[in-house]
Design a binder for this molecule. Structure first.
Ligand SMILES: [Zn+2]
Length: 74
């Protein structure tokens, strides 16, 4: 039997990877389009790499605790 999973949708945020040092993260957005729109207005530093990271939304009954993962470059 397959475990039952809820579908609460996903969240999206920017993951900024500098040339040196630890990655930084932006705020969560409801949609990838919303994140891309916000990022299109943001200043970018040369040498930084920008990714779109996504995670599943969960509730108290969801057992899965998925780690956010990169799904695209920004
Ligand atoms: Zn749930």
């Amino acid at each position: 039997m397959e475990a039952k999973k809820h579908n609460h949708g996903r969240l999206y945020r920017a993951k900024i990877v500098p040339f040196r040092g630890p990655p930084e993260y932006g705020e969560w957005f409801d949609t990838e389009a919303g994140l891309r729109s916000a990022m299109s207005l943001a200043a970018r530093l040369i040498g930084n790499r920008y990714y779109c990271e996504s995670k599943l939304l969960t509730c108290a009954e969801c057992d899965a605790n998925e780690v956010p993962r990169v799904i695209a470059t920004l």
